[in-house]
Design a binder for this molecule. Sequence first.
Ligand SMILES: NC(=O)c1ccc[n+]([C@@H]2O[C@H](COP(=O)([O-])OP(=O)(O)OC[C@H]3O[C@@H](n4cnc5c(N)ncnc54)[C@H](OP(=O)(O)O)[C@@H]3O)[C@@H](O)[C@H]2O)c1
Length: 257
Amino acid sequence: MNTSTNQSHGTRVCFLTGASKRLGACTAKKFHAEGFNVIIHYNHSKNSADTLVAQLNALRTGSAFCLQADLCEHEQTQSLARLAFDCYRRVDVLVNNASAFYPTPLAECDHKIWDDLFDSNLRAAFFLAQQFAPELEQRAGSIVNMTDTYADSPLKGFPIYSMAKAGVKAMTKSLAKELAPRVRVNGVSPGAILWPPSMEDESDPAVLEDRQKMLEKIPLRTLGEPQNIADTVFFLANDACYVTGQTVRVDGGRSLS
Ligand SMILES: NC(=O)c1ccc[n+]([C@@H]2O[C@H](COP(=O)([O-])OP(=O)(O)OC[C@H]3O[C@@H](n4cnc5c(N)ncnc54)[C@H](OP(=O)(O)O)[C@@H]3O)[C@@H](O)[C@H]2O)c1
C-alpha cells in the first residue's frame, strides 16, 4: 500500500536533519520506500547526501532533495526551514536526527563545546519544530526526535551530550502538549546500533573486548540494526495515531539492566 497519500491529497513529505548517512539515511530510505518525498539535510557530508538523493531520484524522479546547513548557526537553521518548505510547498513529518557526539571530560568542557552539542542536538530541533508548527498543524503532521538511552542514564565522560539528549526527551513531552491536538510529537531512543568511531577497528583486541563487554549488557545480545530505528521512527510518524509525547527505547533491553 502506498501510505504517502492522505486525506489532504498529494504526496506526503518528510524532512530529516543530518540524514546523509547512517541512521538518518536509513530512515530517509524507509519514508521514501513508503511513498513519501524526502528532504535530506546535511552539514559537511555533501557527497553522501548527493549520492543518496541521486539513488532515490533514480527510483522516483523528483522525489528527493538535499539541503545544507550548520544547525549551530541560528540563521542557517531558520533559512533551512524556509528552503525545506519551498522544495514541495509542504512538510508532513519532521525528523530531528542531526547530532554531534563526542566525549567532554568535565575539566575540558567550555562554552564552545556546550553550544556545539546543545545547538546541534537540542536548540535546532526546537526552533525547527517552532518554524514548521503551522505547516504541520495544517497537515495534521508529526515530529519524531532522536534522543538516546543516555538521556536517562548518562554516559560517563559525555556529560554535555547526555544532558542535551535529556533535553530532547523533555522537549518531546513539552512540544506534544504545545502542538496537540493536530500534531503528534514522539521520540526514539536508540541503544547501541552502530559502533561509535572509537569502537570501529575490529583488528584491535582492546576494541573487541570493549564490544564484548557492551554486548553482555544487552539482554538481546546483539547490536540493533539501523532498520530497527527507521521502522520505529516511521511507525511513530505514520501509524501511531493515538500516541504523543512518548519516547520509545530501541535498545535490545539494555536499559533494563
Ligand atoms: N548510532 C547509534 O548507535 C545511536 C545511539 C544512540 C542515539 N543515536 C542518535 O540517533 C541519531 C542518529 O544517529 P547517527 O549515529 O546516525 O548520527 P551521526 O552519524 O552521529 O550524526 C548524524 C548527522 O548529524 C549531523 N550534524 C552534526 N552536527 C551538526 C551541525 N552542527 N549542523 C548540522 N548537522 C550536524 C552530521 O551531518 P554531516 O555529516 O553532514 O556533517 C551527521 O552526519 C542521532 O541523534 C544520535 O544521537 C544514535
